[in-house]
Design a protein around this ligand. Structure first.
Ligand code: AP5
Length: 224
């Protein structure tokens, strides 16, 4: 059977990370999140982390020349050789072109691009209420998906935190950056016949049902 090489695209807070967790357990595809990789680098206070944190905390994109190399290295690792789910990459046209060229060099191609859409006001509500487990990346929402005990991860008891870039003043800039630099990727992938749109304002389980059905069709097409 052909490999599943998927991209999750969408504005901040649309539910990419939430759906990625569900997809990873259903399809056993390695989940590669550039946001998680950068947050780990920041936590480790590595050179990359020091560079990235000023961009991330302001809600701006980390420069293409930094992120492209990081992502291509992750893709070359053995667990991503039979398929991958990219979350947060690409975010600019140059990133999309670099990815396409890199896959083409080794005779691979994208299977599909899953665009999760949600209105700006809903996004602000979601991001302001998001709480995360900094170690595992597990995601909660104080209202929509609260943990059993306030502020504590259900699975391992870790104290949940609010991401630095989830502060109200940063959210608006992240949205503006998305509309200006990342939204054009929808047309880019639509023109390549790869785009699938999903209404992210539905409940997570419902969004997942639609995405799962699309992936099942893509898998079937790969086998024909
Ligand atoms: P990144 O970590 O990729 O953040 P993002 O794209 O802004 O996306 P988020 O993680 O904020 O949201 P999400 O869509 O995953 O939503 P979630 O599922 O958590 O990037 C962070 C930063 O890193 C960037 O700003 C940039 O600086 C840098 N960066 C990363 N990649 C880069 C790149 N390629 N190039 C340059 N810079 C890069 O859901 C949000 C909340 O809503 C949660 O609380 C969740 O519980 C809740 N929720 C989810 N779905 C639903 C639903 N259907 N109904 C109700 N609530 C829901």
């Amino acid at each position: 059977m052909g490999e599943l090489n998927l991209i999750l695209l969408g504005p901040p807070g649309a539910g990419k990370g939430t759906q990625a967790e569900l997809l990873r357990s259903e399809f056993q595809i390695p989940h590669i999140s550039t946001g998680d990789m950068l947050r780990q680098a920041v936590a480790e206070q590595s050179e990359l982390g020091e560079l990235a944190s000023s961009f991330m905390d302001a809600g701006n994109l980390v420069p293409d020349e930094v992120i492209i190399g990081l992502l291509l290295e992750a893709l070359a690792r053995s667990d991503a050789r039979d398929g991958f789910l990219l979350d947060g990459f690409p975010r600019t046209i140059p990133q999309a072109e670099a990815l396409g060229a890199d896959l083409g060099k080794v005779g691979r191609k994208l299977t599909g691009v899953l665009l999760i859409e949600a209105p700006d006001e809903e996004i602000v509500r979601r991001i302001s209420g998001r709480r995360v487990n900094p170690a595992s990346g597990r995601i909660y929402h104080v209202e929509y998906d609260p943990p059993k005990v306030e502020g504590i991860d259900d699975v391992d008891g870790t104290e949940l935190v609010q991401r630095e870039d989830d502060k109200p003043e940063t959210i608006r800039n992240r949205l503006a950056v998305y509309h200006e630099q990342t939204a054009p990727l929808a047309d880019y992938y639509d023109n390549l016949g790869l785009l699938h749109r999903f209404d992210g304002s539905a409940a997570p389980a419902e969004v997942f049902t639609h995405i799962r059905a699309t992936i099942a069709t893509l898998k079937l097409e790969e086998t024909i």
